[in-house]
Design a protein around this ligand. Sequence first.
Ligand code: PLP
Length: 287
Amino acid sequence: MAELACLNGRIMPISEAKIPIEDRGLQFGDSIYEVIRAYSGHLWLLDRHMERLKASILALNITGVNLNEVESQIKMTLQRSGIGDAIVYLQITRGVAPRSHAIPQNITPNIIITVRHIQKFPEELYATGVKAVLVEETRWARRDIKATNLLPNILAYNEARRRGAFEAIFVDQADGMVTEGSHTNVFAVINGVLRTPPADHRILPGVTREFVLWLASKEGIEVDVSPLPVSELMEAEEIFLTGTLTEILGVTLLENKIVGTGTVGTITKRLHSAFREEVRKAIESAA
Ligand SMILES: Cc1ncc(COP(=O)(O)O)c(C=O)c1O
């Protein structure tokens, strides 16, 4: 087993993959990305990640990307790595050109893939839940595009770490609405109803979020997708975070306030075990 990179279709050790200094991804963050998880060699929800990738490419009008080739490169790199439980990082930059704010025409994108062993969270975290803190929403207005401009997310996440929390939840000061976490989407159970903010420009349409909404309807859980005021989040019976690496993770402490009973809620637990069951079935049917 070996952690590998694939740069524009060529597989190599990660340390050997190099990008020129005039790549627009480096200079402007003019690039987009996806993070995909493999469970036992099965690329989980790959189609959904590819659809979101396509949406990001269209939104930024990045040209010259053949999505079928990108998908084959992902599969080939994963297979060659021999890693079953992997995290696949894919980044597409607009390409290399002399630095200019004007978007150059006809440049070739750089397609970067890495496949690494997953650093799973300890199971104990799912049993006990985590702390989250609230931070001011400081990001741009197109958070639905999975662009690599992640500085506000990184600063928020590090503030959360400094405050002893697992995640920072952004709150828009303009209207008091919860948007999402620095690297997760946010759900809450309020008066028995599963709530999450809508997938508009204010949040990333998480692949896990969408799957959880599907699971909830399958499980007969009442769902309300609508703007979520922070005042309601503070009073929630349950809160959980979703993400490709995170899966479904209960929040038991919000700032210094205990959420619900202070233990991971029943709907959270139910959805997480249903999620894991779907993963198990997907691995089984791929085998
Ligand atoms: C800002 C943000 N929101 C939500 C998510 C969760 O998305 P997904 O479930 O597709 O991993 C991520 C994932 O990295 C993210 O960066």
